[in-house]
Design a protein around this ligand. Structure first.
Ligand code: HAM
Length: 421
């Protein structure tokens, strides 16, 4: 029989690596808490039309990468429905915002999420079919200040703070404005016009994009097409006064709080809902998949999926990529237990478990012996797993004085049980 393995593009996360994942998630919860964000958890699958309408039919995500299936009706009263494993979380958050009428509170909603997303991409280092995102969204009625450039800058400053707290250095923030819902059609028309006489010189993918979604040509990595792409019109020249002023205010706020950035006029991002500010944080250590995180404004998304006007801005980080970056920077070793308790005969087992229970209740990390009751083997195992070993033999049981060895100092001492506990 062939052995079963995790499906291509998915993987198991094992200790000690999972400790790093928990550390990253705990840091996110702590830092986002300082900015007064609350957690939202949305379902792992949604109605397919949410992503088609929210993310955009023409995007790579929706047209090629989604895990979609026809969910059969189980009863006459039910209808079969097309469902999709979420490829991203922004559409789900905005759906929940609309469904729970969060706009009626009149307040800005500041929500973060941590969880798996699914895209049928070609797996490689830093790119998986099930991957984790840590993301956040700020969304609300205009009267709550949801359109303010201060929101954009605050989110970016929070990200810089988060990465610094994790000790991730060497990141680059690239930022651009893709304009408002009225700027974009003007720009896309100009792009189409500029592409018409040159697109036949481009790679097949770009020829197709020039027809279906000309903005996508801008983030093409095809080396032969770069010169042609650099000569295409720049979105900055098509922004109206309001979009321009908005972008300038975002940059001024970043300057004021010392968050470094690079304006990249070609940064348009792969999802259709973006308006005005878009950004990516990249990290050189990641190789080809160098985007640590991406995000931006989506002032029309709520209306596109049938909700009220609710401008918003958010981001999602690739948690897998954060972990890769951290692993490259530090050597990870397994956490040692505080004590390894070695019962020296079967009669001491209950006392060993009792002592372990008391120490664990004090908040210590405890490992208990393996039941072979051999002294040499106990010492060898304990030295791998714990900082100290406690021997529990007949003598110890009758006197209440325990033998403790500290592996760091190689010192062996007699300590009263009451003293240890
Ligand atoms: P995205 O750029 O599609 O944006 O994904 C955000 C991040 O998720 C990427 O920068 C990358 O780190 C990670 N990521 C994406 N695909 C994969 C994959 N196959 N394997 C590993 N990591 C991956 C969004 O998803 C938007 N929802 C972000 C957003 C939130 N915009 C506004 N609010």
């Amino acid at each position: 029989m062939s052995t079963l393995k995790a499906v291509r593009g998915t993987r198991d996360l094992l200790p000690p690596e999972t400790e790093l994942w928990n550390h990253v998630e705990a840091t996110a919860r702590r830092v986002f808490g300082h900015y007064n964000f609350g957690e939202i958890r949305t379902p792992l699958f949604e109605d397919t039309s949410l992503f088609a309408r929210g993310v955009g039919e023409e995007t790579d995500i929706v047209s090629k990468e989604m895990y979609t299936w026809e969910d059969r009706a189980r009863a006459q009263s039910e209808k079969a429905q097309s469902l999709t494993l979420r490829p991203e979380n922004t559409a789900g958050v905005v759906r929940a915002y609309i469904e729970h009428k969060l706009g009626d509170t009149g307040l800005l909603q500041k929500l973060f999420y941590i969880g798996p997303q699914f895209r049928r991409e070609r797996p490689q280092k830093g790119r998986y079919r099930q991957f984790w995102q840590i993301g956040a969204e700020v969304i609300g009625p205009i009267s709550a200040g949801s359109e303010s450039p201060l929101r954009d800058a605050e989110v970016l400053e929070m990200l810089a703070t988060f990465l610094n707290e994790l000790g991730i250095e060497g990141w680059t923030l690239e930022i651009n404005s893709v304009g408002s819902a009225t700027d974009r059609p003007r720009y896309i028309a100009a792009l189409r016009e500029a592409l018409a006489p040159v697109k036949h010189l481009m790679c097949e993918d770009n020829q197709r994009r020039a027809e279906t979604n000309p903005l996508r040509v801008l983030d093409s990595k095809d080396p032969n097409d770069q010169e042609l792409i650099n000569n295409l019109p720049k979105i900055a020249d098509y922004l109206d006064e309001e979009s321009k002023a908005h972008f300038e205010q975002v940059l001024a706020a970043l300057d004021a709080c010392g968050v470094p950035y690079r304006v990249n006029p070609r940064l348009v991002r792969g999802l259709d809902y973006y308006t005005r500010t878009t950004f990516e944080f990249t990290h050189g250590g990641l190789g080809a998949q160098n985007a640590l995180l991406g995000g931006g404004r989506y002032d029309g998304l709520s209306e596109n999926i049938g909700g009220p006007k609710a401008p918003g801005i958010g981001f999602a980080m690739g948690e897998d990529r954060l972990i890769l970056t951290l692993q490259a920077e530090r050597q990870q070793t397994a956490t040692l237990a505080d004590y390894y308790i070695a019962p020296l005969s079967i009669a001491q087992n209950p006392a060993a478990l009792e002592l372990a229970r008391e120490l664990r209740r004090k908040g210590l990390r405890i490992e208990i012996g393996d039941g072979s009751f051999r002294l040499k083997k106990s010492f060898e195992l304990a030295n791998k797993l714990a900082k100290k070993i406690i021997l529990l033999g007949e003598d110890e049981a009758s006197t209440g004085i325990l033998t403790v060895k500290d592996f760091a100092t190689a010192e062996q001492t007699k300590v009263a049980r009451a003293e240890i506990v």
